[in-house]
Design a protein around this ligand. Structure first.
Ligand code: AMP
Ligand code: GLY
Length: 429
């Protein structure tokens, strides 16, 4: 099969690495890709928002399967556009159409979906500028901290968690006044859930068939011990020790199956990955959010643990024939450490020369924000490179990842050294 993967981050690097090992692969193209992805695939200089360019690439390269990495083109309808195309041999697509992508594109849609299908989630109500006074009354019925979520996509920044009631009301007003553009014209206010989060991923085929991928935990804060500002993700581990058999059975029974069933009942033909952002509240799983794609930097750890041919599974999912298929998962632990630019998530420099990738021996290097300039590999983003290693447990996977991560250098490079350490207390002896 000829495959076109859309995207250019660490997530797409890990997907490209895994797809490139498939026995079913003829040629892998990535649009736009990055210099690290060029080791596994042919990069095409097409932006993820350039739907005409993507259609042309599908035609020119006789693509059989398109895998959409990020959420924005899905929310904007890339899958609908590909399927509607008359002039091409229509490829299979991994990634939902606009209707399914609303699970990530609108928090209110996702909450209504969960309530309709009895899926455990925080109590909520949705408001707009006209119902500001009602929103304040609703806030009074909740305990601090107050959780305010812009309904629409806001590049991961649209959630405000505020302890002070008056500040929460002020924040709410600012959201209605356009703090996140039209994404915060509607705001979901919800009850705060206290617990520990994890990410669960499912690949589904639009007909009720699904496989559960390895679960993972990501680390969002810039500082060790989860201190400091939020980032796009500083690392991840898989498996998650508290997600034992009993907990994962609850996740499947109370969340995954009702979601897959709900999509069928609602007539949403969803072929692709569903990312369940979950929180474990005293042993019970609740959905914090749905995403309609894989997570970053979870994918880097997840791909390292999949033993099956992922392309075969994706082809089955896109063709609607996933029922009865198994996914093999390695028993080892994967740990991912992300190297970021000095100053990130605030201002940072780009174009700094990166050295040492060739010295990495045991881990896998996944490029995120890199580019080639004057024949040199340079930084081109906040999150620059993810380094993922397997080991027998969290400590050994992390030690290998750190040892190799330390070999990669650029001016101002920073990474966390404590990825997964908070989970050691849950490891069963
Ligand atoms: P979201 O964009 O919905 O994932 O929210 C961003 C982050 O805010 C989540 O990863 C959680 O850490 C936190 N969060 C969101 N909703 C809640 C909630 N109801 N209770 C506690 N924390 C939450
Ligand atoms: N790691 C969280 C996300 O990809 O949204």
């Amino acid at each position: 099969m000829n495959v076109l993967l859309i995207g250019s981050g660490g997530r797409e690097s890990a997907l490209a690495w895994k797809i490139s090992q498939s026995q079913y692969l003829t040629k892998l193209f990535v649009a736009p890709g990055n210099p690290g992805i060029a080791n596994f695939a042919t990069n095409l200089d097409i932006k993820v928002s350039d739907f005409d360019g993507i259609i042309k690439a599908i035609k020119d390269n006789q693509i059989d399967l398109v895998v959409v990495g990020p959420e924005v083109p899905l929310i904007d309808g890339i899958t609908d556009r590909i399927i509607a195309e008359k002039d091409i041999k229509i490829p299979l697509v991994i990634g939902p159409k606009k209707d399914g992508a609303q699970l990530e594109g609108s928090k209110d849609f996702a909450k209504q979906f969960m309530v309709r299908h009895n899926i455990p989630t925080a109590k909520y109500k949705t408001f707009n500028a006209d119902t500001y006074n009602d929103a304040v009354e609703f806030l009074k019925t909740l305990k601090a901290p107050y959780v305010l979520k812009a309904d629409g996509p806001a590049a991961g920044k649209g959630v405000i968690i505020e302890n002070n009631f008056d500040i929460a009301c002020k924040e709410l007003k600012e959201m209605f006044d356009g703090k996140f553009g039209k994404s915060s014209a509607e705001v979901v206010i919800e009850e705060f859930l206290s617990g520990i989060e994890l990410s669960v991923f499912v690949l589904t085929d639009g007909r009720g068939g699904y496989v559960i991928l390895p679960e993972a935990k990501d680390y969002k804060r810039i500082g060790e011990n989860d201190e400091g500002l939020n980032t796009g993700g500083m690392g991840s581990v898989s498996p998650v020790p508290f997600a034992d058999k009993e907990f994962m059975q609850k996740v499947e029974d109370k969340i995954i199956r009702p979601t897959i069933h709900g999509l069928l009942v609602d007539n949403i033909e969803y072929k692709g990955f569903i990312f369940f952002g979950l929180i474990n509240v005293e042993g019970e799983p609740y959905v914090i959010e749905y995403n309609v794609r894989m997570g970053d930097p979870e994918t880097e750890s997840v791909m390292m643990r999949i033993d099956s041919d992922l392309l075969e599974l994706m082809r089955s999912a896109a063709a609607g024939t996933l029922a009865g298929k198994d996914i093999k998962i390695k028993p080892e632990t994967a740990a991912t450490v992300v190297l970021v630019s000095g100053g990130y998530p605030g201002d940072y420099k780009k174009g700094l020369e990166i050295s040492g990738c060739d010295k990495v021996t045991d881990a896998q290097v996944f490029h995120a924000g890199t580019k080639i300039k004057d024949n040199k590999l340079v930084t081109d983003g906040g999150r620059v490179i993810a380094v993922t290693a397997l080991g027998n447990d969290i400590n050994s996977a992390l030690a290998t990842a750190l040892e190799d991560a330390n070999k990669i250098t650029f001016d101002g490079v920073y990474h966390r050294r404590d990825i997964g350490k908070d989970l050691l207390k849950y490891v069963k002896k």
